[in-house]
Every structure is written in C-alpha cells, then in structure tokens.
Design a protein around this ligand. Structure first.
Ligand SMILES: [Zn+2]
Length: 1059
C-alpha cells in the first residue's frame, strides 16, 4: 500500500456503518492523533504491570545484544503518565539498529519495523520493494507468505506502507504465540526476502500479451503496483497533494513519487530493486518498535537471533539533507481529470498556498505550529474558514490543508477547491489578507482553550488500535533522527505552550509573522481540469508501451511470451504453505466474553442501557430514534439532515457559538442515519438516526444540555451557512469515490435484493452522491432547507428513542441523572404519528427476562419494519466514470445472521477469497484487490477494486462459485478460513463501544455465542451445501454493479443499465 497525505477516508466509515461510529470523524481534524486503547481485558489483569516491568530496566544493561540506550542525554527509561505508558529506548550493539518499546497495559500488542527509504526517481522502487519482500523469504519460501499468514493467525492488523521517505511494516495481535509467529515471518520477509524475478514481474510491472497464452494478442503493461498507482492518480486530490510536495521540496527525495509514476514504473529493473533492498533494508537503517503488555526481553531475543545477529554495521547514507530555503515565492499550474461525476460544472479549479516550516525534529516548534495550524483552519470559528469557506468562492478547502509533518521539513498549506478559474487571484488575496488580520488581532482565548481541551480528551479517549496510532505518530520524526519519546510527552508540551503564551501574549502572532508573512519559501499551486486529461494519460501510456515494444528483439519477445506462461503456471500451481507457522482452531477462545449491561427507564418511558467500563474519565452517550413514521419522500434527505444538525446553531447559540461550545465541552457531537438489519429475517429492519457524543466526566451536564437544545430548538435558518455545509459534503462524497468505488458498487448491487439494501442505496450509495451534487448546484437552496424541520418532527423527540451510556462505575449515578433530565427536557412529540407502513413489528431486545444473563432491567422494544411484498430481482448497473480502472460488486441474497447457513457462508467467503479469488483477481488479473464477503444483513458480495479488467473478472466470480461447489478445498483450508474469520469476530472492542451491538441491533452475548458455535461447527459438507443452495445462477437473486470507464462489451449487452 502506498500512503501519501494524511486524510483519513471518512467516507469509508460512512459506508461501513456499524461499529466505527462517527465520533472519530470529528476528531480527525486535530492532528495529535492519540486515541488511546486499553485493550479489552487489560484492566482485569493483576500482578506486575507491563509498565512496572519496563521501569526496572537500567541504562547500560545488556539484553540479547541490545544496550538500553546511552546515546541520548535524557533518561532512557521514561514514564509518560499522560498516555499511561513507559518508554524504553535501546540500540543494537553490533548493527546500530534503533529500538523503542512502549510498555502499556494493552493486550493488543504491536510490532513494526521501519526503514528510511529515500528514492531519487519515480520508478516506485521502495513501493515495488514493499510488495515484493512479502512474496517469500529464505525461511518461508512459499509464495505470498504475508497473505497466507492472514489465514494462519489471529492478527488484529497486518499491513505494509510506503511513505515518502520510509517504509513501515506493522502488525498487531492479542495472542503471544501469534506475536512470535508473525514476528518471525515479518523479520524474514524484511531482511531475507527471495526477491525472485517473477515476483518482481507480478508485483511491479511487466510486458505481457493481453492473453498470455496467445502471442498474437498485443503486448500490454501489467503488474500490481503499476495498476495501483494508475488508480491512485485518478484521484484529483492525490494529484494535487503529490505535486504540492514535489514542488515545495524540490531538492532531494521529495521531488519524486515514492509510490511510482505509472509512466516511470516501467523503467525499473529487477537489478535496481535488489540493489535498493541491500542498501536500505539493513539493520543499520532500521527502527524497531514494540508496544503493549508482552515482555520486552522475549522480543529482543527473537529479533537479535533471527535477524540482527546476522549483520554487520554499515553506513546507510539515507539521510535527507535540509531543503535550501528559497529567496522568492514560486508558482505552478497543473491539470487533472474532470470531476468524477462529470456534471460539467465550470467551478473545478483548485488553488493552494503553501509555506515551508522548520525541521520536524524540533518537537516543541512542531507542536506549536500544529496547534497554530488548527487555530487557523479548524471549525467555523477559524479565520481561514470564515474568510475562505464562507466566501462562497469554492466548495471546500484544498487538499492537505493545514500542518503537514510527514517530510523532514514540515509545511503548512491553505486554499480552496471547486472554484472558478478566474477566482484564483481572489483566493490568493484573501489568504494574504487573512494572515495580516491574524497578525494584528491574534486568537480568542476560548479557541485556544477549546483546542487544549481537545488534546486532553484525546489523550483520555481509548481506541483499540493505539499501538498503530503511536507508531504512525512517531514514524516521521524518528525517521529523521528526532526523539520519539520527546514527541510523546504531550503533557509537558501543553505546559510549555501555556508558559510561552503567558510570558508573551504575542507568541502565536509572532509565529504567523515569521512563518507565513515573512517567509519567501512560499508556493502557489493551481490545478484545473482538462477534459482531454484521461485521453492524454492513455496516449502517454501507449507511447511508453510502443517505445518499449519497439526496442524488443525477436528473442526478447520470445522470452516475454515464455515468462508470461511461466508466471501463469506458477500462479496456477497448488500452493504449499506448510513452512509457515500457524495457530490452530483450538487456540481460539471458545466463548464470547460477557459484557454486563443494565437497562432502566428514564422518565418512566425511555429505555437507557448503562454499561460500566474503564473509560478513563470519559462518558460516551448515544441515542437512537426510529424513523418508521417518516414519509418516503423525505428519506433521501435524512443523511443531509444528520450532517448539518449539529452545525447550524441551536437555542440561543448561533452556529459559531455552538461550534465553540461543542469544542470546549465535548470530544464531538454527531448524528448519522442507520439501517439495522434484523438478525432473523432478511426483509425486516430498523431505520433510524444515531446521535453520539462523548465528553470528560466534568462536562457531562453541559454536553446533555447541548443535546437538549439541539433536540428542542435546532436552527434551520442560516441559509448561507447551510449552503457552505452542503457544498463541503457533496465535494467530500465525490472525492471519496476513487477510494471506495467497490463499496459504492456493492451498495448499488444490493439495492434490488433486500429492503435494507434499497434503503442503504438511498442513504449512502451513488444515489445519495448524485442527490448531494444536485443540491450543491441549486441556485435556490431554500426548498431543501425547508424540508429539514419536517424531518425534525419525526426524529427529534423521545417517542421512539432509546439511549445508552458507557462510563466508569463511579460516574454512573451522575450519568443516570443527566440522561433523566435530558429525556424530561426533550419530551414526547406533540402530535400522534402513524407509521407510514402498516407492517411495523415490535421486537423485544434480549434481556434478563427472556433468558439473557448479562442484561438486567426492563426490555427494550425495537420497532422494526417488514416488507413482505418486497420481491428481490436481478439488476445490472454500470456507472460511467472517467477512471482508467474498474470497481465491481456482485451481490447475492442469502441468509440472515441467526441462520446457521450464515455462519457457513461467512467461512466460505473467506475461503473463496484466500484460496481462489486473490489469485484470480489480484495475482493473475492485476487488480489491487478482490474477494468475497458476507455482511451482517445476509448479502454475499464478490468484489474487485482498482481492476484493469471487467467482464473477465465477472467470469472469475462465476468460476469462484464453481470452485466452491466442487468442494476442492481441504480441512486445513477450512481451519485457516476459520482463524481468519475469528480474527475479525474477536477484534478488540474499545470501552466506548462495548454493548453497542445489543443497543443497536438487539444482539445479546448469548446470540453471539450461538453464532460462534455455529462458526466452529462449519464442515466441508456445509460449505458445499451453502454454495449449491445460494450462490449458483438461478438459486438466489443476484445484483451487479460496476463503476468505471466506457466498456464496449457491456454497452452491447442489453441486460445492463448504463448511468
Ligand atoms: Zn501498494
């Protein structure tokens, strides 16, 4: 995977629904990242803690070839209480490898190794290498051990990333044996990879006949990275970010594309790849990182014995020199493809102004500039939001807006996208003027406080992937020899920041003057679409291909043909993975851990679920209201209603003051539409809106008061601000398509299969993207704004509401009072409303009274909608989009969660992915990804992602079904699929999210246990049975959708609808 920029793909979360609740989306604005994880069972542990053990290490102590580091002036074993961890820093004696261990009471242990990889051309050598080292190593010579380990492990995360100047290999797991297994595979892959020529061909690039078996078909470029990067550069935001970095830092490695430019990748040779590995993937150029509660000694021993002891120290010479500062500003103009929804809008220009900042290893300066950047651009009260976003000139900020600390020197960038070309100068003037104003006026004290509050709450909020967050957080600074431990001491940085402000009230204004106003290292980059862009890219590729082909001798051609066949043969051979370590099915926990829940009625009517958890002084509140009375014609507007509800003002607060209060008192407040499938029936579901927020214990009354105001008197009057919000979310949706095209395809394909699928398409599919685009382009937006109060009448009251609170046991009685007050304040709706569909069924959630041991108190009744008249039918849709690759989804209606077939299908999906589709679609087909999955709503999906093929992939889907029906898999294959499924089922759940399945979907731990036992019991016969019963043509309704360029074959086929 190649990673540039830092934006989290929030649209992915939006489509996924379910577990990852919108809370995080709000938090991503602040770049300090640490959402903290305690791991699921961490707080129950007794005995010597991980931190205590870590603190016992001494400077100079020898452990397995490492010395507890003496190279640094500060103490090497450091307690960091604000993050509840202890840092131990070491260096390896004979190679100089650096090592950082962060001990913390978290069972989700993480390992990563990072190499400084600083390429000097755009052939993508570090990226191709990142892929190729995972294709087999000395001790594990089988093909693709990395993907195979996904099926032999209970890992909670496995991946690899190529950044601009480093390559990172992280994994995490909760199982100690698994940790050792994965560590062994990772070390061997990184330090002793086979790097076979055929691996390079498969993963990097190759010339091959369109049909490898037929030398008469034309030669084309193929290869996973080649196609991946073609896909990446269909995304205009990525084109902009890439140019921004290349142009602002032109002196060294940042002037090239580490992931590879599709036109340069074919210049890379196998020899160059091996050479790059020898010089960069060496312990002397490596940084090791471990995190969690497993003992450090065991890690050190294994790393020393299996890797480091086999090397001598070298001088890697990979350091990035300082960028020479410019003496005057520069300007560049670039072009990109037209908007992916091709609405012909004239406003598609982007302009950004960027400034070079100091070296990121100056941690306090970096911290200050990061804060300063948030003050300048985050939220409706920030000066650039007011000046740029509210100017109405564009749709949203330009890509990479704010502080970017992922290169040796950081940079700050600000600008607008979605503007008219002639407004470029106006935008630049606004930016200059805003900087002047900030220097003159400074910032309101409340905004600074709100930001420091945000850091405080983020330090306390616990996520389940804290190890991963930490390794990403320190990677860049450490990569340039900065001190990662200093970087983690957020508490002392906050204190020092306060001190600076106190001593000098002009502190921040002076920084703005120094780094923005008086900084000649300033780049203005503008980007306009060119309708011919896709054709030009295709033409350049054709030229490159022609040039390559023309230079081939007949002998070369013969070799290419033979190698193509050899690769195909190798890919089709049965694979022996027995050299790889593996867990067994018996290593999986037999039972679900129980979560104690208590249900009580607030104001005598509204059910509230209380879940006492070690939440670290944070309270998590959620409310769900059912939408079953909402008229059909209002439904498409529910996502918009949700996205603006907490942003338009309420009660006496206008939208600016409301934003201020939300930042000062909470960690975020959000609403989102949900479609919750029933566990027992495919045509039954609940639709509603989930409101979620969290705050520090001390702010609970304030947060609940804000919710009361939002429910009782939301403001739907600020037309101008509404327009701003609509444009931003339309832009975000449209920009998200290249990254989540397969999800959009799947949602679309499900539309005609279940009522849930139909509603999902309305809420979060291509229909929604297009609706938002239309609204954003309306000249008079008031008719849409006027719909919102109508939705409000159906949603914002307690009639069909249930609430949940996750907090510490000590906080529970206060939480109870606060929610009681909220429910009394909000009250019932004034008019009795009839459900729009008559077939509403009341379904009690499992509780103590009907056999659930972990839930006490009265029953929660959910109002579900059934649609017995729904007739599933087949539909094929092709969305024409100007991409060079395709995204496909084929969906099949199968069995609901409670049905034993559901468990079999879940295992089958994993089995088909690992044993068939991965080879067909990725290895042979050259797509970035592809596979099968079963979702909670009982829809079985076959998909491909960034796929150069289309109809051939559909054939692969049907071959996969034949393969499953024939039952050509072994017990070992089934066990591996089970491990892989359980690593997802048993993924750690944060204290904030425990009990959520019961609250939202009425799933009790007993029901999960039943499902768990069904998963364990799935047999070879069951898998063949469900393949026959559901997957074949004519067995069950299928839906198909494709997002991608014009396609002659599909255009000729009348069974496809083209949009
Ligand atoms: Zn990649």
């Amino acid at each position: 995977m190649w990673r540039c920029g830092r934006r989290l793909p929030c649209f992915l979360r939006r489509l996924n629904g379910g577990r990852t609740v919108v809370l995080q989306e709000q938090l991503t604005l602040v770049p300090f990242l640490p959402w903290i994880s305690a791991g699921p069972r961490a707080w129950r542990r007794t005995g010597t803690s991980a931190c205590e053990r870590a603190r016992q290490h001494e400077v100079g102590e020898q452990i397995h070839g490492f010395t507890v580091s003496q190279y640094f002036l500060f103490i090497q074993v450091t307690a960091i209480p604000e993050l509840s961890l202890t840092a131990v820093k070491l260096s390896h004696d004979s190679t100089g490898a650096e090592y950082l261990h962060l001990a913390r009471e978290d069972t989700n242990n993480l390992f990563s190794v990072q190499f400084r990889t600083t390429p000097m051309d755009s052939t993508g050598v570090p990226h191709v290498l990142e892929h190729t080292v995972l294709c087999g190593s000395r001790k594990y010579p089988c093909r693709d051990p990395f993907f195979k380990m996904l099926n032999r492990s209970l890992s909670t995360f496995m991946n690899a990333f190529t950044a601009s100047d480093y390559t990172l290999y992280p994994f995490s797991t909760q199982n100690p044996k698994d940790f050792q297994n994965l560590l062994s595979v990772y070390l061997d892959a990184a330090f002793f990879p086979c790097l076979r020529e055929l691996d390079f061909w498969q993963e990097g690039w190759r010339l091959e006949h369109e049909n490898p078996k037929d030398p008469q078909t034309p030669l084309t470029f193929k290869g996973v990275v080649f196609n991946e990067m073609k896909g990446v550069f269909t995304d205009n935001e990525k084109i902009f970010s890439q140019h921004l970095q290349n142009r602002l830092l032109p002196d060294h490695t940042y002037s090239v594309i580490s992931g590879g430019h599709p036109l340069c990748i074919p210049d890379l040779t196998w020899e160059q790849l091996k050479q790059f590995h020898a010089t960069h993937y060496h312990p002397s150029n490596a940084r090791f990182f471990t995190y969690g509660n497993f003992p450090l000694e065991q890690h050190l021993k294994q790393i020393h014995e299996e890797a480091l002891s086999k090397f001598e120290k070298i001088e890697p010479n990979t350091a990035v020199p300082a960028q020479k500062p410019w003496d005057k500003p520069r300007e560049f103009h670039i072009t990109c493809g037209p908007d992916s929804l091709a609405a012909g809008s004239s406003k598609q220009t982007t302009v950004g102004v960027s400034f070079l900042l100091p070296d990121i290893t100056d941690t306090f300066e970096a911290f200050t500039l990061n804060l300063l950047s948030s003050l300048l651009i985050s939220g409706p009260n920030s000066p650039f939001y007011k000046a740029l976003i509210e100017s109405g000139l564009g749709t949203d900020f330009s890509p990479d807006v704010g502080y970017n600390g992922y290169t040796r020197e950081a940079y700050f960038s600000v600008g607008l996208q979605g503007i008219a070309e002639q407004d470029t100068h106006a935008v630049r003037d606004i930016i200059d003027r805003t900087i002047e104003e900030v220097i003159e006026k400074g910032f309101e004290e409340d905004r600074i406080e709100a930001l420091l509050h945000k850091i405080e709450i983020q330090m306390k909020h616990q996520s389940v992937s804290f190890g991963l967050t930490l390794t990403s957080y320190i990677a860049s600074c450490w990569n340039h020899d900065g001190d990662p431990v200093e970087l983690l001491k957020l508490g002392s940085q906050v204190a020092r920041f306060r001190q600076c402000l106190k001593e000098n009230p002009q502190f921040l204004q002076e920084k703005v003057k120094q780094y923005f106003k008086n900084n000649p290292h300033k780049l203005t980059l503008s980007m306009t679409p060119d309708d011919k862009y896709p054709e030009k890219q295709a033409w350049m590729e054709t030229e490159k291909l022609k040039q390559k082909v023309d230079s081939l001798s007949p002998k070369d051609k013969q070799q290419i043909y033979e190698k193509g066949l050899e690769l195909q043969t190798q890919q089709s051979q049965p694979q022996d993975a027995s050299c790889l370590p593996a867990l067994k099915v018996s290593d999986i926990e037999p039972s679900v851990p129980l979560t104690e829940l208590e249900v009580a009625l607030a104001a005598g009517k509204t059910p509230v679920q209380y879940c006492a958890q070690p939440t670290n002084g944070v309270v998590y509140f959620r409310a769900f209201t059912s939408l079953h009375t909402l008229p059909e014609e209002l439904r498409p507007y529910v996502p918009l209603f949700c996205s603006v509800l907490t942003k338009l003002g309420c009660g006496l607060l206008d939208y600016r003051r409301q934003a201020q209060q939300i930042e000062l008192k909470t960690g975020g407040m959000a609403a989102s539409p949900h479609v919750l499938p029933d566990a027992a029936h495919l045509d039954t579901y609940e639709q509603g809106v989930l409101f979620s927020s969290f705050c520090l214990d001390r702010n609970l009354p304030d947060m609940m008061h804000l919710w009361s105001e939002i429910f009782n008197s939301p403001c739907f009057e600020e037309e101008e601000h509404f327009r701003v919000l609509v444009k931003m979310s339309a832009q975000e949706l449209s920009n998200g398509i290249p990254d989540s095209g397969h999800l959009y395809a799947s949602v679309r394909a499900t539309r005609t299969l279940t009522p849930t699928g139909d509603l999902q398409e309305t809420f979060s599919g291509m229909d929604q993207v297009r609706l938002m685009k239309r609204i954003a382009e309306m000249t008079d937006i008031r008719p849409v704004l006027r719909k919102l109060p109508h939705i409000q009448e159906h949603v914002l009251h307690c009639d069909n509401m249930r609430c949940s609170m996750n907090a510490t046991p000590q906080q529970m009685s206060l939480a109870e009072k606060a929610v009681e007050k909220f429910v009394r304040n909000v009250g019932q709706s004034k008019t009795e409303r009839k459900p729009v569909r008559l077939n509403v069924v009341e379904k009690p959630a499992p509780s103590g009274s009907n056999g659930s041991t972990h839930v006490s108190g009265p029953q929660v009744i959910r109002k579900l909608i059934t649609d017995p008249t729904f007739k599933p039918c087949q539909m094929k849709t092709h969305f024409l989009l100007p991409f060079p690759v395709n995204y496909m989804g084929e969906c099949i209606r199968t069995a609901p969660y409670a049905d034993p077939d559901h468990a079999s299908l879940k295992i089958l999906a994993r089995l088909m992915t690992a044993k068939f589709l991965h080879t067909e679609i990725r290895e042979k087909g050259g797509a970035y990804g592809g596979g099968a999955r079963l979702s909670r709503d009982g829809v079985f999906t076959l998909y491909s992602y960034r796929d150069p093929r289309s109809t051939e992939t559909l054939q692969s889907f049907s071959k996969a079904v034949d393969w499953a029906k024939a039952g050509r898999f072994t017990q070992q294959d089934i066990d591996e699929a089970k491990l892989s499924v359980f690593s997802v089922v048993d993924a750690p759940v944060a204290p904030s999210d425990r009990g959520l399945d019961h609250f939202l979907c009425g799933l009790s731990d007993e029901m999960k246990q039943v499902h768990r036992e069904q998963l364990f019991a799935v047999s070879h016969e069951d898998l063949i049975d469900v393949s026959n019963k559901y997957l074949g043509i004519g067995k069950s309704a299928h839906g198909l959708a494709l997002l991608g360029p014009e396609n002659a074959k599909i255009a000729k086929d009348p069974s496809w609808i083209i949009k």
